[in-house]
Design a protein around this ligand. Structure first.
Ligand code: NAP
Length: 238
């Protein structure tokens, strides 16, 4: 898949590394082309730096790896986004990181979707630390789960495939409005990683406690629900 990454910081460089390793064709841009060039030179794979105004040219997915206050400007400066899938990863923190700057009645993702109406916006990766994003899980460890939410089912299918291709387990978190739930979860992740000193190598996991397959995705959940209903509708011997 051809993927564009905006931002050459912690998350942008981690995306470039993982996407390149997964065999995707990655373009990366930042305010300063030299920063993007440095990332492209260090991460390996098919990653190339491009001027920001050319980023969206020919790519199917654009990942916005800048901070929430910069997201709209960064996206608007990255070429034509009409019809493109935009993956929005921000945690809209207050400047002193004491909490979220938006939430409850809206979310960063919904605000950005309103500002860039031609794009198909999918919220994802905001609960994954850059350290976790950059490197594959160690051999034998369970795949890290990546929650994704959006209103365009085709865009969600593509993002899901992208998540899987990078070695993560996608978890369908519903419509874009559920970014209101994912962003506080991102804030909790930051609290656990930093304030609670658990470190930035932690990640959330949704597991079926019954021991069945995770059922983490809506599709799997629906299949399991159907199986349970079938079981319940079977005539019982007792
Ligand atoms: N770090 C994490 O573990 C983590 C985890 C989950 C989600 N996130 C989210 O990921 C996003 C990026 O975080 P980060 O830690 O990667 O930040 P970062 O290291 O500060 O990187 C941000 C990058 O965006 C670039 N940028 C800023 N404004 C831009 C614009 N208008 N156009 C193009 N590029 C621009 C910056 O360039 P300059 O150097 O020129 O400013 C920098 O390269 C944030 O929204 C954050 O909430 C981060």
């Amino acid at each position: 898949m051809k993927v564009g990454v905006i931002g050459a910081g912690n998350m942008g460089s981690a995306f470039a590394r993982r996407l390149g390793a997964a065999g995707h064709e990655v373009s990366i841009a930042s305010r300063d082309l030299e920063d993007a060039r440095n990332v492209a030179a260090t991460v390996g794979g098919a990653v190339r730096a491009v001027p920001q105004q050319e980023l969206a040219d020919g790519v199917e997915v654009v990942i916005a790896a800048t901070y929430f206050p910069s997201q709209v400007d960064a996206l608007r400066a990255s070429g034509r986004l009409d019809g493109k899938i935009v993956v929005e990863i921000s945690n809209p923190l207050k400047p002193d990181m004491s909490g979220l700057a938006v939430g409850f009645t809206t979310s960063a993702a919904e605000e950005i979707a309103r500002a860039i109406p031609g794009a198909k916006l999918v919220k994802a990766f905001n609960t994954v630390f850059a350290q976790v994003l950059a490197d594959p899980a160690p051999a034998g460890a369970a795949a890290v789960q990546v929650f994704y939410a959006g209103d365009d089912e085709d865009a969600k299918r593509t993002v899901r495939a992208l998540i899987e291709s990078m070695g993560f387990e996608p978890v369908d978190a519903g419509p874009l409005g559920n970014a209101r739930l994912l962003e506080p979860l991102g804030m909790l992740n930051i609290y656990l990683g930093y304030a609670a000193k658990m470190g930035t190598d932690v990640a959330f996991a949704v597991r079926k406690v019954s021991g069945e397959a995770t059922g983490a995705s809506a599709e799997q959940g629906a299949r399991q629900g159907a199986r349970s209903r079938d079981r319940e509708s079977q005539p019982r011997a007792d």
